[in-house]
Design a protein around this ligand. Sequence first.
Ligand SMILES: Nc1ncnc2c1ncn2[C@@H]1O[C@H](COP(=O)(O)OP(=O)(O)OP(=O)(O)O)[C@@H](O)[C@H]1O
Length: 262
Amino acid sequence: MNLDVEGVDVSAAGVRLVRDVDVHVASGALVGLVGPNGSGKSTTLRCVYRTLRPDRGEVRLGGSDVSAMSLRESARLMAALTQESQSEFDFTVTEVVEMGRTPHRGTGREERDRAHAEALRAVGCAHLAERSVLSLSGGEKQRVLIARALVQRPELLVLDEPTNHLDIRHQLEVLSLVRRLGMTTLTALHDLNLAAAWCDQVYVLSGGHVVAGGPPGQVLTPEVVGDVFGVRAHVVRHPDSDVPQLLFAPATGSGTAEPPKG
Ligand SMILES: Nc1ncnc2c1ncn2[C@@H]1O[C@H](COP(=O)(O)OP(=O)(O)OP(=O)(O)O)[C@@H](O)[C@H]1O
């Protein structure tokens, strides 16, 4: 199911947070939102999963305006893994995953148990079912939260920094899992190289506005990265996959010390 964010403006406390944001995610595509801190990535995602209401513009899922849907209806269609998703409560993994079934309450116990088991298997966490989430590593916790999103059986996955706090192996595991699932996915990512390697399309936000969008190789150029992030970037090709990857250095004359030469 495709997602279209069109001409979205959002304000809070009288301040415009994002302006005229257009983002399109084709059915089954993995699309990344990148940009500096405070550029509007989470705000855009919040409009999609409906914790913020745009002042102007529209969010459409499968061609239907989400604001015309009941919250239950849109919760059945999309699942979000947000910055606020981490729980500090002593729930078991199964209990956390069960929370994802809330929009489907009323379905039989058998179907519910099957959905939980399937989701935990998909993220490689079936063996953790009875563990307290408080005892899990950051990577395990993140995968359990993805399982919670999966039991919703959503058409759209919305992820806000799913690789936050994960070591490199777990970052790659989480993105490879998302890729394998083949679901329509919109994700905010800080790491430009992860976005370049895993996303079909990337949108670059700066100051609450989309400044570039398209395939990573066309969008994450030294010029765009230099303008938006204020650093020098060089593009190289990954020797295994040939995807574009970026090497960074402080902008000339930025006053930032150069790293020591080897
Ligand atoms: N409820 C709010 N009231 C006022 N300002 C807000 C509110 N929510 C977000 N902002 C501001 O809007 C801007 C965009 O925030 P947002 O969280 O979308 O950025 P981001 O790109 O996700 O940043 P980060 O990379 O730091 O997570 C920031 O300047 C933030 O302080």
